[in-house]
Design a protein around this ligand. Structure first.
Ligand code: PMP
Length: 362
């Protein structure tokens, strides 16, 4: 049997691990921060019709620049953050925000270049960084999972990174960043600053999106996704907002026709039904706040969350808790600092199952 190490694989990939959130068939899946509410019958029908419409033309390549979808996404961002004044020229789309991040690193990272992030944070940032042969630098978050602006500026000045990642709300901690941190990093950074806002729609009132900082900041990129609040993880649609020149840079590295006609059509149908899809956000926010309060009442630590998941602990043997939950049909995620676990906010029934199982184990 041939093993991976027998192959002439790139030296810098030897010994690395693939991204590996376990995909298990369980009654209660609270492990990948999806929205637990699927599309309504009405939306299922609209998506089916949209896909059928493009099916007749699938012998042709799709619109390489996804113009209509980008127009729709720009209009959505305009309602999400009024006043940002974004048009299709400011928006770019790809297969999940992971592909967006990959394209950013292909254009602005690469051999001899550096990307810096503040861990614990989203594990794919360092993975995609390394896969694009970019050097990863970890600047740490504080004990409360926030980022101190002065420490962030010092890290940026010390490492002079080509790309900085700021995740807000952060995965896996749920921490939202005040705009002052982003502004301080933007002022100090010599290169691009990426604010990963995969969970932005779940943030608390009063925390502005980094979209508000785009005017006059051509080195700022704000990434978003339809995988989380938008309840469309299966569609694989991520997008960004930035200065149009940033999109000119990404056109140099994107594969031609990267976004299939089916993806574009389904995503457009979903954006057209955005009100319905995002209607569950308030419910999930309330469920999240209830969960944090319940965990604390049980004597556990729970990080403040502006997202649709909660980091909780602390457990000297977190594997035992994770396994105990799985044995009871509840799958959560073993991720983040060593003694912590992350649970996604599900439906009230799913959360009840989680609480019952956790109480039994404790
Ligand atoms: N950014 C963050 C912070 C995430 O947590 C995730 C998904 N877990 C992504 C980006 C990627 O999501 P997708 O590729 O589905 O858009």
């Amino acid at each position: 049997m041939t093993s991976l190490s027998d192959l002439p694989i790139r030296d810098d990939l030897r010994g690395t691990e693939p991204y590996g959130a376990p995909q298990l068939d369980v009654p209660v899946a609270l492990n990948t921060n999806e929205n637990p509410y699927g599309p309504s019958e009405r939306l299922v029908k609209a998506i089916g019709e949209a896909a059928a419409e493009v099916a007749a033309g699938l012998n042709r390549y799709p619109d390489r620049d996804a113009t209509a979808l980008r127009e729709d996404l720009a209009a959505f961002l305009d309602t999400d953050t009024p006043g940002a004044g974004l048009t299709a020229a400011n928006v770019w789309a790809a297969n999940g925000s992971n592909e967006i991040i990959q394209q950013i690193l292909q254009a602005f990272g690469g051999p001899g270049r550096t990307a810096l992030g503040f861990e614990p944070s989203y594990s794919m940032h360092p993975i995609i960084t390394r896969v694009t042969a970019t050097t990863w630098v970890n600047a740490h978050r504080d004990a409360d999972f926030g980022i101190d602006p002065e420490a962030a500026v010092a890290a940026v000045e010390r490492h002079r990174p080509d790309v900085v990642f700021l995740t807000s709300p952060n995965n896996p901690t749920g921490t939202a960043l005040p705009p002052q941190v982003i502004e301080a990093v933007l002022a100090a950074a010599p290169g691009m600053v990426v604010v990963d806002e995969a969970y932005a729609e779940f943030r608390r009132e009063g925390t502005p999106s980094a979209l508000t900082l785009l005017p006059g900041n051509p080195r700022l990129i704000v990434t978003r996704t339809m995988s989380k609040a938008f309840a469309m993880a299966g569609t694989r649609l991520g997008y960004l907002a930035a200065d149009p020149a940033v999109i000119d840079a990404l056109l140099l590295v994107r594969l031609p026709y990267h976004l299939s006609a089916v993806t574009q059509a389904v995503a457009r149908a979903a954006v057209a039904h955005g009100d319905e899809l995002l209607a569950t956000v308030d419910l999930l926010r309330r469920e999240r706040d209830d969960l944090v309060a319940w965990l604390r009442r049980e004597g556990l630590a729970a990080a403040d969350s502006d997202a649709n998941f909660v980091l909780f602990g602390t457990f000297p043997d977190r594997r035992r808790i994770w396994q105990g939950l799985l044995d009871r049909g509840v799958l959560i995620r073993e991720v983040g600092p060593p003694e912590w676990l992350r649970v996604t906010v599900g439906t009230p029934d799913e959360m009840a199952a989680f609480r019952t199982a956790l109480k039994e184990i404790l």
